[in-house]
Design a protein around this ligand. Structure first.
Ligand code: UT7
Length: 314
């Protein structure tokens, strides 16, 4: 049957068990809990303890697949969004396929840094609409601890590790598609970079902060408009978890109910491409977003790149 669009069946997430608190960081660099909480909103983050990017992606994908009602044999597309995978080949998507016993999916990684999950979701939706796939796993995963300079207090306090995954399937007939049109683009600059043979993340924090607080509300509103959804009717708002001082003003500017705003940054830090599926998967697990309600996703980051769309909560 011809696809009319696609929808999300399920989410899954994985976080390493090792917790790094602000007080732990104060032992490592010249910082303190008060500065981190008041400037960024983070209380703690998870740091991988031996897990690779592919391990974390596989654990999250396994959970999403188990909750989807599909089996490994049904999956014909895997897209992994990441900017911290150490190996150039094989890519993470092929490693996930091998771990989950998925026989011959189209499998590729995509790097748009912190907007990666929304880019990957759009690519899966477009592939399904074109008839090139029927059932996809889309993953956002990062091991930022490996590319963090632990002597640089301006970045060491911000980032964390983790993964989130979603299983996507086609919609047919009268069923309404559950993944809305994407709003995406870039504003090329050097404001965030991961450079060099032994790469470390560096960012011009204030420049990105100004860009995010002024530009992201327009992207969010455009995604709602394309989906035909009013911000006040959203059952969830899950922006990239970069800074609570970005998340809350953006939510206020677009007029979304503050009770439905994701604030996973508090306990997970900034996990780049993983932050959106990780936050939403945890909100769904806690029963904070009702099945069938519209949820606005907006990713932004390195590049600078951005992407957003409204999805129906599974
Ligand atoms: O995920 C991709 C997208 N990224 C973003 O959206 C990040 C956007 N930017 C931000 O969220 C914020 O700019 C940061 C959280 C990165 C930084 O916060 P800020 O309020 O912009 O701090 P700042 O860099 O302007 O630094 C203010 C002061 C400086 O001291 P002086 O020069 O005023 O004496 C810094 O040296 O805070 C100092 N500082 C710190 N102090 C204690 C910087 N980092 C720390 C620290 N602990 N960890």
């Amino acid at each position: 049957m011809t696809a009319t669009g696609s929808k999300i069946l399920s989410f899954g997430h994985y976080q390493p068990s090792r917790v790094l608190t602000n007080d732990d960081l104060a032992q490592m660099v010249d910082t303190n809990d008060e500065w981190i909480q008041s400037r960024v909103g983070i209380k703690e983050r998870r740091i991988a303890d031996g897990e690779t990017v592919a391990d974390m992606a596989g654990f999250a994908a396994e959970k999403a697949l188990a909750a989807s009602g599909l089996t490994a044999a049904d999956i014909d597309l895997i897209i992994v969004a990441t900017c911290s995978n150490a190996d150039r080949s094989p890519n993470t998507a092929c490693k996930v396929a091998a771990k989950l016993g998925i026989a011959s999916p189209a499998a590729f990684d995509l790097n748009t840094a912190c907007s990666g999950f929304s880019y990957a979701l759009a690519n899966a939706d477009h592939a399904i609409r074109a008839g090139a796939a029927r059932n996809a796993i889309v993953i956002g995963v990062e091991k930022l601890s490996e590319i963090t300079d632990w002597t640089d207090r301006s970045t060491a306090v911000i980032f964390g590790d983790g993964a989130g995954a979603a299983v996507i399937t086609l919609t047919t007939g009268d069923e309404e598609p559950g993944i809305g049109p994407v709003v995406w683009g870039s504003e090329p600059s050097e404001a965030i970079a991961i450079n060099g043979w032994r790469p470390y993340i560096v960012q011009e924090g204030q420049k990105v902060f100004r860009w995010a607080t002024t530009t992201v509300p327009g992207i969010a509103l455009a995604a709602c408009e394309k989906a035909g959804v009013l911000p006040a009717d959203l059952g969830g708002f899950v922006p990239h978890q970069a800074n609570l001082r970005i998340i809350e003003p953006v939510a206020r500017k677009i007029g979304v109910n503050p009770d439905v705003v994701a604030r996973d940054i508090v306990e997970s830090g900034n996990t780049s491409a993983a932050s959106i599926p990780l936050a939403l998967s945890k909100m769904i697990e806690r029963g904070e977003v009702k099945s069938g309600t519209p949820v606005l996703l907006v990713g932004f980051g390195g590049g600078l790149t951005y992407a957003g769309q409204v999805v129906r909560c599974p």
